[in-house]
Design a protein around this ligand. Structure first.
Ligand code: TYD
Length: 136
């Protein structure tokens, strides 16, 4: 039985009668200390993003508004998931090629990462990625 590529985690909900409140904290839903947060929003119609893998970086993606489809590829298998809830997080470890498709116009995708931005950690060529995973 192979390990699923899509690792979804339940984000604790602390909302009440006033509205929603979602929490991501170290030791809770976050398995790493966050060193960077960025968010993808205002994505133009028909645009897909990503098309890269990371050598080391770990990330937690939360779609806090709208929806987006993420596909993950480990060099052998590909799995896809729609994120459309701020109560679900997608953990993405190193060595996974990711693509983001079907952004809704209102999509806000928050990404928590365990390291600062480092272009040297990216693999942006799919064939190079496949060689990388098959050689490691
Ligand atoms: P990129 O990671 O290529 O975006 P995506 O994978 O969503 O298509 O990033 C787009 C640009 O933004 C690229 O020039 C690098 C820059 N960038 C930063 O400077 N810091 C960051 O934390 C991120 C994620 C990107």
């Amino acid at each position: 039985m192979s390990v699923p590529l899509v690792q979804l985690v339940d984000i604790p909900q602390r909302g009440d009668a006033r509205g929603a409140l979602s929490v991501a904290e170290l030791g809770g839903v976050l398995p790493f200390a966050v060193r960077r947060v960025y968010w993808i929003h205002g994505t133009k119609p028909g645009v897909s993003r990503g098309f890269h893998a990371h050598k080391q970086l770990r990330q937690l993606c939360v779609c806090v508004a709208g929806s987006v489809r993420l596909s993950l590829f480990d060099g052998r298998r590909e799995e896809s998931v729609v994120l459309d809830s701020s109560a679900k997080g997608l953990l993405i470890g190193p060595g996974l090629w990711r693509e983001m498709h079907d952004f809704s116009p209102d999509c806000v995708l928050m990404v928590f990462a365990d390291a600062e931005y480092d272009e040297a950690d990216y693999i942006r060529d799919r064939d190079q990625f496949i060689r990388h995973v098959h050689s490691s």
